[in-house]
Design a binder for this molecule. Sequence first.
Ligand SMILES: N[C@H](CCC[C@H](N)C(=O)O)C(=O)O
Length: 276
Amino acid sequence: MTQTIAFIKMHGLGNDFVVLDARLTPLPQMTPHIARALGDRRTGIGFDQLVLLEPSETQAFRMRIFNSDGSEVEACGNAARAVALLHSEPAVIETGGGPIALEPLDGGARVDMGAPRFDWDAIPLAYPMDTVTMPVAWENLEAPMAVNVGNPHVIFFVDDADAVPLETLGPVIEHDPLFPERVNVNVASLAGSDHLKLRVWERGAGLTRACGTGACATAVAAIRRGLVASPVRVTLPGGDLVIAWAPGGTILMSGPAAESYRGTFDWDDYAAGAGA
Ligand SMILES: N[C@H](CCC[C@H](N)C(=O)O)C(=O)O
């Protein structure tokens, strides 16, 4: 018996999502195989991340995130804004990276992403290391900072982010054994005293038009290094986010989100093919 599943296609600055809402009616078990099959842009629906909303015992509801490679991860900033818009009222929700607070705004949302973590074993790294100026390099990307904002990020500050061959260096760094849970790779350049340009190779999804947690991690790193003042405008290929943070506080991310369209798919088409 085929199971017709409704989905909502959304995006935040072009970082696109398929949202499945299981808060009222349970869905079949999501597996990495099925997420990967759904995420395939040739044969599936296609997305950077799949967002699964479920009931929660501790918060308004739970948001689970699957990258297009099928990996389940702890956080997704752009998806949080999309879900805020969908939920249409302020809410604190449960995520793998801890609770976050959603506040829908006209055409987007403001999200309190919680406090960043900096210790080597919170990133995590495979062994102890200074995470403020890491003594490591990959070709001419060197001396990065590592920050966990619910998910792991490594941030390189360069003269010109557009000049970095991120499509080749990104996967090498993502899969380096220094990062036992892999890592999101951020390359940023200064565009003003409160303005950064950012490109991101995302763990489990590759180059994306925007990365909300990447913008949060990069803004925090730049503020810690004294490169910019908060609030910081972060310009990604898909557009701008505004990030506010002060040492010891939580990260406030503001920016647009939108619904693209609504549709349905037959679960069995993906479950069978995915060997579930
Ligand atoms: N690729 C990320 C998840 C999605 C993050 C990004 N899409 C965002 O908006 O934060 C990871 O594996 O941690």
